[in-house]
Design a protein around this ligand. Structure first.
Ligand code: NAG
Ligand code: NAG
Ligand code: NAG
Ligand code: NAG
Length: 271
């Protein structure tokens, strides 16, 4: 990731104020990790546009708007795994954007983060563009800790990637990113000691305007992300996204995405 470390101390102060309740020991660990991170890239729960208030979805068929999440969220109980495949898009500078600013978006799958906001187990791929230079990162995150980049997998536009999270308990599980064409995959295992417990209330397929430097990154025109073969495990049974609540990104009163679902896919378009 391409963000500078210059503003780290202000980030620590600001982030400590909004983080979920942590013990002081965990908080110290959290801050230590923050300092070793080069950019503090972090996914967050969905916020109501223009606020720091979490948008708690309520399982209606009404489309909801958020400043940072687009896609589909299943709401219930007993969600222990989520997976899907997507083709890595080529991000573009949005209309009216500047060639010396970096624009990014991220596609990921996850458990929790909405009606349960103590944790999110998630994994995905970031895509960024600055001028004519694009970059990609595969990462995993157990919110409220920061995201960590996977090493050992390189991502490029057009690659078909499978992303999977699997919770083996409320404090442990795996995050896997696989190159479907080659079968090559990387996995991170969380063995407890995480900063927040899962409730297993939400399964989601999301394109996010993530945060770095303690604010939303300028949002890239990501074209279209289609999560196909999208599945979640609910109480041991496989379910598709068709009953999910749709969510789209709205910033400064402009609607930036359009999301839809079928029984096995979630499509998010930049509009
Ligand atoms: C970080 O935020 C500061 C102001 O809070 C801003 O001046 C700076 O450009 C930002 N850095 C990046 C890399 O976005
Ligand atoms: C919840 O449901 C009602 C309709 O019953 C709707 O008006 C409201 O906006 C929904 N969403 C949220 C986030 O409360
Ligand atoms: C992933 O698969 C593509 C083919 O779709 C290939 O060109 C690329 O090199 C692969 N990446 C890795 C890291 O194996
Ligand atoms: C999963 O189990 C919970 C608790 O037993 C139940 O309320 C819920 O309806 C179940 N979900 C499905 C899809 O069976």
């Amino acid at each position: 990731m391409k963000f500078s470390v210059t503003f780290i101390s202000s980030i620590i102060l600001a982030t400590a104020a909004v983080a979920a309740p942590l013990t002081s020991q965990r908080k110290a660990r959290h801050e230590a990790r923050r300092i070793t991170r080069s950019n503090g890239r972090e996914s967050h729960p969905p916020y109501k546009p223009g606020t720091n208030e979490i948008l708690h979805l309520n399982k209606t068929s009404k489309e909801e708007y958020s400043s940072n999440w687009a896609g589909a969220v299943l709401i219930g109980t007993g969600y222990t795994a989520v997976t899907a495949e997507f083709t890595v898009p080529t991000p573009k500078v949005p209309t009216g954007g500047s060639s010396n600013k970096q624009y990014c978006a991220s596609a990921w799958v996850g458990i929790d983060g909405d009606t349960c906001d103590t944790a999110i187990l998630q994994t995905g791929v970031d895509f960024c563009i600055q001028g004519s230079s694009v970059s990609y990162d595969a990462w995993y995150e157990w919110y409220p800790d920061y995201a960590y980049d996977f090493s050992g997998i390189s991502i490029a536009a057009g690659n078909v990637i499978r992303v999977t999270v699997d919770a083996t308990s409320q404090t442990s599980g795996t995050a896997t990113v696989e190159n479907v064409s080659t079968g090559k995959s990387v996995t991170h295992t969380f063995n407890g000691g995480v900063d927040g417990n899962l409730c297993e209330y939400n399964a989601e397929w999301i394109v996010e305007d993530f945060q770095s430097n303690n604010s939303l990154v300028p949002f890239a025109n990501f074209g279209t992300v289609t999560f196909s073969n999208a599945e979640a495990t609910d109480n041991g049974s496989t379910v598709g996204p068709s009953g999910a609540t749709l969510i789209d990104i709205k910033q400064s009163n402009a609607i930036l995405t359009s999301s839809s679902v079928t029984s096995s896919s979630v499509t998010v378009k930049y509009v």
